[in-house]
Design a binder for this molecule. Sequence first.
Ligand SMILES: [Zn+2]
Length: 275
Amino acid sequence: MSSGNTEKQIMIMQDYKSTALVCTPTYAITLADKMERMGIDPKNLSLKVGLFGGEPWSESMRKEIETRLCLSATDNYGLSEVIGPGVAGECSCKCGMHIFEDAFIPEIIDPETCQVLPPGSVGELVLTTLTKEALPMIRYRTRDITSLDYSKCDCGRTMVRMKKTMGRSDDMLIIKGVNVFPSQIEEVLFAIEGCEPHYQLVVDRIGAMDELEVRIEVTENIFFDEMKKQRAFLEMVEKKIASMLGVGATVKLVEPNSIPRQEGKASRVIDKRKI
Ligand SMILES: [Zn+2]
């Protein structure tokens, strides 16, 4: 289907009784939102499985997609420089993505020193292609931070599993000297009932001080008229973010659908700092 034209995507799903959906997790949510607005019950579609990837997403987002689209959602990994989607994918155990080791040799390195790290360490994933023709990749630095699990998987496959990427070695934010991955904030937000998976981080520097603002879209039913309730909610979210990151943030509620949507990957971070 390629990307875009959400209504047409849904029409095709209905007409062809599509059983599999392959897209970014953000777009899966966009599809669910659109279906809701169009009054289409996903139960009446034929979807069984969803292969999602292309951006970091949390377990809570998986649950939301599975519930709202009535399918089993798996995480998948790939990058266009190497092959696109298809480097690694989850089996039905959903406990790590099996890397197709017949086609790729994975390594984990320290992104600072480039040294190969022992099995199980967290570091940058490096890939070497074994079957790619014309443009083979030798020890290609993906910039994705993850770790490899060599233990036996319940599904019986022996291929190594990579953990969900924890961010990129180059999109990590340093706020007040603390390393912050947007995916950590995502994890906090999704765990709080009422938060839509649409958020934006705005980083600025006031004087010498970094300021982090988290803008969250809320659902209509928790868009309180009462200032007191709203303040208590904001304080609760701020506390959770501070304990997760070790650095404080100002949380701001914004109206539903006010954070710009993209058909593909969501742009989560606006860094206004001039360093
Ligand atoms: Zn498995």
